[in-house]
Design a binder for this molecule. Sequence first.
Ligand code: SF4
Length: 232
Amino acid sequence: MSVAEIAAEVNTKLDAVRATLAREVTGKGDVCLTCSFQAEDVLLTKLAIALDPHIPVLFLDTGYHFAETYTYRDRIAREWDLNLINLLPEKTVAEQEAEFGLLYQTAPDRCCGLRKVEPLFKAVAGYRVWLTGLRCEQARSRAALEESAMFSLPGGKQVLKLAPLAEWTTRDVWYACEQLGIPLLPLYERGYTSIGCEPCTSLPLDPNDPRSGRWAGRKVECGIHIQAAPAK
Ligand code: SF4
């Protein structure tokens, strides 16, 4: 595919995302966006704030992120004047480690539950719409991702979860970021292809699987994208 063809394809996709955001975000105050500060999330944030500069941007501040991620988050938040909301777990890292040890080694599901799932679900319950930068191509576990779906939170509340970039490829994301002048998290330059908490992120183990560096293959999702089972 030529550069001109790539540009045309990405521009068409950008128009579609902008149309989705205009429909769901403009003039509506009960929409939030989760941002890990990885490329697709930052791209979606850039497109969303063009319509609503005050849209709540939720960041899961687990306390275990790379120093580079915190520095980049603060830079983007400052330069884009984001309405950034850092979601904190109930316990600090020191408190959790004093009580339970290194859960990311012994029980990563529990660690993700305490530091990601609980704070995120609690926050998202306050909104009608939850925007995410999730993409089908990111992982096999996301292959059936839908652009729009109702998501059940623990307790039964449902939110409309939108993934406007669901069909985007990594190439699309990187091309769009370049075209829009979006600086990316410097960790990509060191070879990381999916970036989360530092203790659970390594360089990809499988070059064909961008999330293969997460949790050293012990699990594939932190749990925030898995909805609660229906009440019986
Ligand atoms: S990704 Fe690792 S460090 Fe972060 S919350 Fe999950 S288990 Fe804990």
